[in-house]
Design a protein around this ligand. Structure first.
Ligand code: HEC
Length: 154
């Protein structure tokens, strides 16, 4: 009986280690933070910011707004990119830490999905307001983590 014990224990260890939940998904992050900013986040934020607001010329003031379904879809798509980019920023090795960085990334998800909802509702005023929130979410993270700004504030 006694000689069985190691085998039994080995069995327990294996049942924990060998079937210990699903394997992690095979993520393969390719872009670093800067490339993600340049390639996805910044261009998408621009689409959002350029969709609303006032243009003041000699002739007077006009309000910008998406003019048709296609333009609204562009805004929506940009909002989707911003939203999911929050998740991409949280992934190792892009995440700079496990606390503040996660909050700042979560903030991007929150403002991105608010913009997404505004685009679905085709609500120009809301989209304009959320544009300000998006800007704040960007700068909240930059104040803390973007070397150039952090050093300038020292
Ligand atoms: C969770 C943190 C975080 C959030 C949120 C974030 N950024 Fe960044 N961003 C960074 C960091 C860190 C850098 C510096 C990357 C580097 O130089 O390696 C950066 C750099 C940049 C750059 C400079 C890229 C270059 O060419 O050097 C731009 C532009 C930028 N971000 C735009 C945005 C915009 C627009 C938003 C919001 C829609 C945003 N970022 C949100 C962390 C963030």
């Amino acid at each position: 009986m006694r000689t069985m014990l190691p085998l039994v224990l080995a069995g327990i260890v294996c049942s924990l280690a060998c079937s210990g939940g699903p394997q992690p998904p095979p993520f393969r992050p390719v872009a670093d933070v800067k490339q993600l900013m340049q390639g996805a986040i910044d261009p998408s934020a621009d689409v959002l910011w350029e969709a609303t607001g006032e243009i003041i010329t000699l002739e007077g003031t006009t309000r910008r707004r998406p003019k048709n379904d296609e333009e609204w879809a562009q805004v929506r798509n940009a909002a989707i990119v911003l939203t999911e980019s929050g998740n991409l920023l949280m992934m190792v090795p892009r995440a700079k830490d496990g606390s503040e960085w996660m909050k700042r990334s979560q903030e991007l998800i929150d403002v991105g999905s608010a913009a997404w909802r505004a685009a679905e509702a085709k609500n120009v005023d809301q989209l304009f307001t959320i544009g300000g929130d998006v800007y704040e979410a960007c700068s909240n993270c930059h104040q803390r983590y973007m070397e150039a700004i952090v050093n300038a504030n020292k």
